[in-house]
Each structure stands twice: as structure tokens, then as C-alpha cells.
Design a protein around this ligand. Structure first.
Ligand code: GLP
Length: 242
């Protein structure tokens, strides 16, 4: 079931997202599923500000990230490991051992997928933060990804490579071709989903996710089957919902 909030701008969208996150952080041992991309950055800024001003502690918090590029060393400036540390973890009191991100630089990537999924299965995510790709991907589950998928290796869709080239000096050939991602079934196990999308280039994906058929053509449409999904949008991303 979708609860949809259409906000005036990104700042408001981030405040609304933080309001939902805040309730989860009140739990004793929160387990957070986190995402990269530009969409959750405002939420992360608010989590940091709240940690600084109100002293909200992350010492008992465990996190799992959705995905990671294959082939980038952890310290690469575009690895999701670096992104998460720079945009969130380095500014909180979360112990490093409580942070889980798929190792895109593992010697055996298949084995890494199995390890990650097994670890993830030992927990229940209280919340999974999501962005959405312009092609409807969540995590790196591209169109065609199986609804039954767990953590796996995936090839990035052409559209995603184009979208993400902006982080690689605009050069599509610098974008890693593959990634490790939680699967759609892994994501669906979360108690609550919080999806943030802003901008006109997300309008089609948001429409297909909510109003389109349940179809692997739009991986995010699987969320139609989840009982607790909050979708936070700006007017542009919501423009096709009518
Ligand atoms: C990336 C990530 C996704 C993210 C998406 C949208 O490819 N793997 O998890 O949701 O892009 O990114 P943005 O929020 O920057 O639009």
C-alpha cells in the first residue's frame, strides 16, 4: 500500500523523509536499509543535524546498503562505500562493524552475494530507504530483474549508465558495467519502505511504479505488493499521477 506525499520542494521532501526515519530511530536497535544516489542526501543531512543537535545516537543501529559497483576499490571517490561514509556515517557515532555494504572489490563476487544475503537474512530491516532510477530500477534491479531475486550481480542498464555518467566526468565508459545489489525479494522483506524521488525525469518511473501493471519492466512496481510504502515526491516527480 502506497502513502504518497507530494511536497513543494526537495527541502520539504527531505524533512518529510526525516520525520518517518525519526520514528524508526526511536526503536531500541534500529536496522536501517540505506541507499545512495542524490535523492536521500537531504535526509542524511537531517539525520546528521539531528545527531549533532539532539544527540540521537547510532551506537545500537545496524545498517545495510542496497548496492555497490563492482570493480571500484572501496576508497574510489565514486564507490558507494565512499559515498555513504562521506554523506552519513563519518558524521554519526555508528560503529564501523555495524555498517554493511556489499564488497564490490571482493575476489569472488558470487560468494560475496551469498555472504551478504545470509547476513541480511539474520536481520529484519525496520526501514528501507530507496531512490528510483529513471527506468524504474530500485537498488540496481534493472528492468527484467526477477521479483524473486535476492542479492545478486547485475549488469547496469544503458539508461542507468547514461544517468550515472555525471558522476564519472560525464564519460559513460568510466561507469562500472556491473554491480552487486540486494534483490527485489530482499528489499520486500523490509518492514517499511521509504522512497524519495524528485524531478521531472522520475515522473514516468513513479507513474509506472504506482499506476502501471505489476511488471518486471518496471522493477519498482513490485512495491505495489508491499503493505507499507511511503513515497515522497516533489510536484515534478508526481506530475503524471493526476
Ligand atoms: C543509482 C542507485 C539507486 C538510486 C538511483 C537514483 O543507480 N543504484 O539506488 O536510487 O541511482 O539516483 P538519484 O537519486 O541520484 O536519482
Amino acid at each position: 500500500m502506497f502513502t504518497i506525499a507530494v511536497t513543494d520542494n526537495y527541502e520539504q521532501a527531505s524533512s518529510e523523509a526525516f520525520r518517518i526515519m525519526r520514528a524508526v530511530l526511536d526503536k531500541e536497535h534500529p536496522v536501517l536499509g540505506l541507499a545512495t544516489g542524490s535523492s536521500p542526501i537531504g535526509l542524511y543531512k537531517k539525520m546528521i543535524a539531528d545527531h549533532n543537535s539532539r544527540g540521537t545516537s547510532y551506537k545500537d543501529c545496524v545498517t545495510f546498503n542496497l548496492d555497490e559497483y563492482i570493480g571500484l576499490p572501496k576508497n574510489h571517490d565514486q564507490s558507494y562505500y565512499t559515498f555513504m561514509h562521506e554523506n552519513l556515517f563519518d558524521h554519526l557515532d555508528i560503529p564501523e562493524e555495524n555498517i554493511h555494504i556489499p564488497a564490490g572489490d571482493a575476489d569472488d563476487e558470487e560468494e560475496e552475494c551469498v555472504r551478504y544475503e545470509q547476513l541480511l537474512k539474520q536481520y529484519t530491516l525496520d526501514i528501507q530507504v530507496l531512490g528510483i532510477g529513471s527506468d524504474g530500477h530500485i537498488g540496481f534491479n534493472e528492468p527484467g530483474a526477477s521479483f524473486d531475486s535476492v542479492t545478486h550481480i547485475t549488469a547496469l542498464a544503458e539508461q542507468t549508465i547514461k544517468d550515472n555518467a555525471r558522476f564519472f566526468e560525464g564519460k559513460t565508459d568510466r561507469v562500472p558495467a556491473k554491480a552487486i545489489t540486494m534483490g527485489l525479494a530482499s528489499i520486500m522483506r523490509a518492514r517499511k519502505i521509504l522512497l524519495i524521488a524528485v524531478g521531472a525525469n522520475k515522473a514516468d518511473a513513479i507513474y509506472n511504479m504506482i499506476k502501471g501493471p505489476l511488471s518486471t519492466d518496471c522493477p519498482a512496481s513490485i512495491l505495489q505488493n508491499h503493505e507499507d510504502v511511503t513515497v515522497i515526491l516533489d510536484k515534478e516527480a508526481a506530475s503524471r499521477l493526476g
